[in-house]
Design a protein around this ligand. Structure first.
Ligand code: ASP
Length: 323
């Protein structure tokens, strides 16, 4: 019999709808506390509430606390897998943080819900049961942190919330899910490349994320640099290009030893040093901008937050952003 630990952190999956006002909020008892009773006989479930937060309230400190908690629980007991319930708004950031932080072969599954527990068509209990199924599956080992929602299994690295309200919101653009679940089974149809893990002790740095737009100049980058950040992630245009008026701010930021990591605001593809015009990818690379291979802006920010605990040297950061 499999032994699974569920750690609740909050989000809609932990919330109820007020039938009179239609508001959704945390109230009283955790709506999914009864899960152990439901699964009696098939799996041994332990569950605990670590946080009770809507996910826009989750910070990198909470992510690190959760990571350390999982690490400690795995030392204390040989669980077969761990399921984390989380609000969907920042779920992909916590999942990717755990993917980079944890060093375990055990299945670590993150799930959530788009509809609260007493809403019609609520997906919370269903997603939780599916996540437990995947966490109990031997094939889910050594795949890094996985996100299980709506009968699909995604890698933490590629998954992103694509719709504000649809239950099929979690997608992995360009790559697709690595597996699916059915009523009876769990099927994996893609192999995963799992590369990096960084067991840092603290998250003490500040990293800002800035989206580029037509006509952008240096003002926003200058202001953010002067606010005292340790690193900047820029969601550039297309293949990794910026308006020429941003170049003075880029030069000044790099000169000050603040790394700039480039991703694209396109939701598919990777950034490349193709164009050599002023502000083009080739020009930015020559200025010392670091290219992140296929990550979204929020995920590149999580990775930079972690890596800055080890180095701010662009020569060392560049290869770590190539996978
Ligand atoms: N706003 C909610 C949260 O992320 C949405 C959800 O959980 O689905 O906490």
């Amino acid at each position: 019999m499999k032994n699974i630990l569920i750690i609740h952190t909050g989000g809609t999956i932990s919330m109820k709808e007020n039938k009179e006002t239609g508001e959704v909020n945390t109230q009283g008892r955790h709506p999914l506390e009864e899960i152990s009773t439901l699964l009696k006989g098939e799996t041994i479930i332990e569950d605990e509430i670590l946080f009770y937060l809507p996910s826009p309230h989750i910070t990198p400190d909470h992510m690190l606390k959760l990571g350390k908690h999982i690490h400690e629980r795995l030392i204390l007991k040989d669980y077969d897998g761990i399921v984390i319930t989380h609000g969907t708004d920042t779920l992909e950031e916590t999942a990717y943080f755990l993917d980079l932080y944890l060093q375990t072969k055990k299945p670590i599954i993150v799930t959530g819900a788009m509809r609260s527990s007493n809403e019609i068509g609520s997906d919370g209990l269903y997603n939780l049961l599916t996540a437990i199924k995947v966490a109990s599956c031997d094939e889910a080992q050594s795949k890094g942190v996985l996100v299980v929602m709506n009968d699909e299994i995604h890698t933490a690295k590629n998954v992103t919330k694509t719709s504000t309200s649809n239950v099929a919101t979690f997608q992995s653009p360009q790559y697709g899910p690595i597996g699916i679940t059915t009523k009876k089974d769990v099927f994996f149809h893609h192999r995963t490349n799992h590369y990096d893990s960084y067991p840092i002790q603290q998250l003490s740095k500040k990293v800002a994320l800035i989206k580029a737009y037509a006509g952008m100049d240096s003002a926003v980058i200058d202001a953010i640099r002067e606010s005292g950040v340790n690193g900047i992630v820029l969601e550039a245009l297309g293949q990794g290009n910026l308006p020429p008026e941003t170049v003075p701010a880029i030069e000044k930021t790099i000169e000050k030893g603040i790394p700039i990591v480039l991703v694209s605001r396109c939701y598919q593809g990777i950034v490349q040093d193709t164009y050599s015009y002023e502000g083009g990818g080739r020009h930015l690379r020559d200025l010392g901008v670091i290219f992140a291979n296929g990550l979204t802006g929020p995920k590149a920010r999580i990775k930079l937050l972690i890596l800055l605990e080890m180095t701010n040297n662009p020569m060392e950061l560049t290869p770590m952003f190539s996978y």
